[in-house]
Design a protein around this ligand. Structure first.
Ligand code: NAD
Length: 437
């Protein structure tokens, strides 16, 4: 099939590459000229495991092409995916200007039947709005609009896309349904389902899923905070809870709050939708408040430990991306933590395997970025761990102790067991567990 992908970010580029991998001819279009030039030259502009191999293979085979020209990209396409940003607007509602702008552009250039697919996460009712914009300039026989929300996780995006737990397709058009089914069949060979539903339910499914996952995180963070007060160990509690089949083991890890480009914005947008429909979505409001509070927890711990002496101290940070295996720092707890530390007069030395160039663009020379995790410790007064990259899981503790001015670790991701840390010479404070002295 001939496919066009509009927007080549984390979702668009992975989607386009994976569709090319199953033999389709894909043209990706983006307004960012520099990015398109890079991709035309064979460079992958984002870090995502496995993406570079697939990208290279399919680009070389001529199945994956890039352009800045929308008309050229869609000319022969049967399906056009909109993988455009939907950032939060000032009031928390998703900003639909990118999606609507491209829909308007499409309405002026489409000349043969196309399926227009909302891949972006968009509020309930957006498919109808996109339809209305297209219908202003186009005969309704020339297009269908489908909602096909994306559930991939950054860091394992290719794997998630190639083997999705399920595919959700919202459409009432049989013609669009058949095309979408044909396109996705190679991805569900193992028997995972494609759920067909109406557009509104598909749009809601994406927000419900992300908001539920964010709720789980906030709930566990609250359990962890209470564990600290009552003297329980959240690791044990988590295992005890998660082994119940009704609950499940995944997504129960406490930490320093959720971040990223999706959870914060999608929870906010769903809360806004609830407000627009005059519904008081109480849980969602708490989820947001709890997350905001949790992002402050690590600096609170540092303040409690150092008191006024935090000023002038040098804190080494391990991990800056909002989660491991990505270079994405959008709404990462690290951003707030760095800001707070600088405001309190502390100095920051940091290392992250992939995200440092993005952090550099924001903080410039206000912080020191280091070549590796040990260099970040040189002359620092304490280590604070913000992201659970695998390379931080089994460090050389002797080396850490020798490089730090004092043997102090604040672990925002509970990377080390308390038993293990009791044998080490550190003051070790984590989330929802006793402090080791
Ligand atoms: P992104 O910001 O990484 O990428 C968006 C791309 O669109 C950019 O390359 C940008 O230059 C391009 N763009 C903007 N305006 C354009 C235009 N008029 N024409 C062509 N290209 C244009 O965004 P993303 O993370 O890929 O997210 C895209 C959508 O998918 C969002 O709605 C997001 O909520 C949703 N989503 C994201 C994830 C994720 O993990 N990142 C997962 C599921 C769903």
């Amino acid at each position: 099939m001939n496919i066009a992908i509009v927007g080549t970010g984390y979702v668009g580029l992975v989607t386009g590459t994976c569709f090319a991998e199953t033999g389709n001819h894909v043209i990706c279009v983006d307004i960012n000229e520099e990015k398109v030039r890079q991709m035309q030259a064979g460079q992958v502009p984002i870090y995502e495991p496995e993406l570079d191999h697939l990208f290279e293979r399919n680009a070389q085979a001529g199945r994956l092409k890039f352009t800045t020209n929308l008309a050229e990209a869609i000319k022969d396409a049967e399906i056009i995916f909109l993988a455009l940003p939907t950032p939060p607007g000032g009031d928390g509602a998703a900003d639909l200007s990118y999606v609507m702008g491209v829909a308007d552009d499409l309405s002026k250039i489409i000349t043969s039947y196309k399926v227009i697919v909302d891949k972006s996460t968009v509020p309930v009712g957006t498919a109808e709005k996109v339809h209305a914009i297209l219908a202003k300039n186009l005969d309704e026989s020339l297009f269908d609009v489908v909602s096909n929300p994306e559930f991939l996780r950054e860091g394992v995006a290719v794997e998630d896309f190639m083997k999705p737990d399920r595919v959700v397709i919202g459409t009432n058009s049989e013609r669009a349904r058949d095309l979408m089914k044909k396109l996705y069949m190679p991805f569900v060979r193992q028997g995972n389902p494609i759920y067909f539903m109406d557009e509104r339910s598909a749009e809601m499914t994406k927000y419900a899923a992300n908001s539920y996952l964010a709720t789980r995180i906030s709930f566990m963070n609250e359990i962890a905070n209470l564990c600290e007060r009552v003297g329980a160990n959240v690791d044990a509690v988590r295992k005890g809870m998660g082994s119940d089949n009704r609950i499940g083991k995944r997504f129960l890890f406490p930490g320093i709050g959720y971040g990223g480009s999706c959870f914060p914005k999608d929870v906010k947008a769903l809360a806004k939708t609830a407000e627009e429909y005059d519904f008081d979505f109480k849980i969602l409001k708490s989820v947001m408040q709890v997350n905001q509070r949790q992002k402050n927890r690590l600096v609170e711990k540092l303040e409690n430990y150092y008191g006024d002496e935090l000023k002038g101290k040098t804190i080494a940070l391990w991990g800056l991306s909002f989660k491991p295996n990505t270079d994405d720092i959008r709404e990462a707890p690290s951003l707030l933590i760095i800001e707070q530390l600088l405001e309190l007069g502390a100095k920051v030395q940091a290392f992250d395997p992939e995200a440092m160039s993005h952090i550099q663009q924001i903080f410039g020379d206000k912080i020191t970025l280091c070549e590796n995790k040990y260099e970040a410790l040189e002359g620092a007064d304490a280590l604070a761990i913000l992201t659970e990259w695998n390379e931080f899981r089994t460090p050389d503790f002797e080396k850490i102790a020798s490089l730090l001015n004092s043997k102090v670790i604040f672990d925002g991701r509970n990377l080390y067991s308390l038993e293990q840390m009791r044998e080490q010479p550190f003051y070790y404070e984590s989330i929802g567990r006793a402090t080791v002295h």
